[in-house]
Design a protein around this ligand. Structure first.
Ligand code: DGL
Length: 274
């Protein structure tokens, strides 16, 4: 019997998952990747967790029709919703990005003062504090909700000088608390890496969960058969701006993608194989 292929499904509310996609592609070049972007309903971070949980369940049901070997939850807010409400049943492993961020943060801090910057919904859920303290019981965690960043990025303004000032404003709390590591708990935020580097300064580790996430995915799929290295975007909102922004941000990785317009709230009927 041949092993199932390295076929990874992943999802985010929009462009944020590209930070995870880039690492997955680097570490598992032959993976077939199906990336769902729920741009019709972005941002998730201002919504109640119950609603985010419903959206994320619909997306997972849709992604399962592609028969992936793994589903990466490349959205911290969706992880927060599932953590609070329970994960949906799934025949394949679900890999939550928050768990990867927690491990990366615990590795990065030397003094146990950890900052978390994430969506308002994620911060309200307390998921990072709880999980970081499971690994580092003495940790002091400072959390900041940053509702302005996702709309800025989705509008294509990730290079705008304004991002610097907004990010710097959010990061003052980390300096005051003496954090030596700050985890970017929303997958959109590493798209503003230069602004975060400026705001945090050289003495603070900026923790992007994507690297460990891709390492875990690679380990989980080590015994699977090679994929064809393809990428498919499933986009619920307007396709053209998403593809343009994704290509600007992820370059050749995104440029060759197949693209499908989908409605994740549609009832899932038939498997949709290519
Ligand atoms: N990128 C997602 C996250 O990691 C969602 C951001 C949003 O839609 O507000 O939380």
């Amino acid at each position: 019997m041949t092993a199932p292929k390295r076929r990874i499904a992943m999802f985010d509310s929009g462009l944020g998952g590209l930070t995870v996609l880039a690492q997955l592609r680097r570490q598992i070049p032959d993976a077939e990747i199906i990336y769902a972007a729920d741009t019709a309903r972005v941002p998730y971070g201002d919504r109640p967790l119950e609603q985010v949980g419903e959206f994320a369940r619909d997306i997972i049901a849709h992604l399962l029709t592609y028969e992936p070997s793994l589903i990466v939850i490349a959205c911290g807010t969706s992880c927060s919703a599932f953590d609070a409400l329970g994960y949906p049943p799934s025949v394949v492993t679900l890999l939550p990005i928050v768990d990867c961020g927690v491990v990366a943060a615990a590795q990065a801090t030397k003094i146990g003062r950890v900052g978390v910057i994430a969506t308002a919904a994620t911060v309200r859920s307390g998921i990072f504090e709880r999980k970081i303290r499971e690994l580092l019981p003495q940790a002091r965690v400072t959390s900041v909700g940053a509702p302005k960043l996702v709309p800025l990025i989705e509008a294509g303004n990730w290079l705008q000088a304004d991002a610097d000032a907004v990010v710097a404003g959010y990061c003052t709390a980390f300096g005051e608390a003496g954090c030596d590591a700050v985890v970017l708990g929303c997958t959109h935020f590493p798209l503003l890496r230069p602004a975060f580097e400026n705001a945090l300064g050289p003495g603070v580790s900026m923790v992007d969960p994507a690297f460990i996430c891709a390492q875990r995915a690679a380990a989980l799929l080590a015994d699977n058969a090679s994929g064809d290295g393809s990428l498919t975007f499933l986009v619920s909102g307007e396709v053209e701006p998403f593809v343009r922004h994704a290509t600007d941000l992820a370059g050749p990785i995104a440029a060759s993608a197949r693209v499908r317009a989908v409605d994740f709230s549609d009832e899932v009927k038939q498997p949709e194989h290519r």
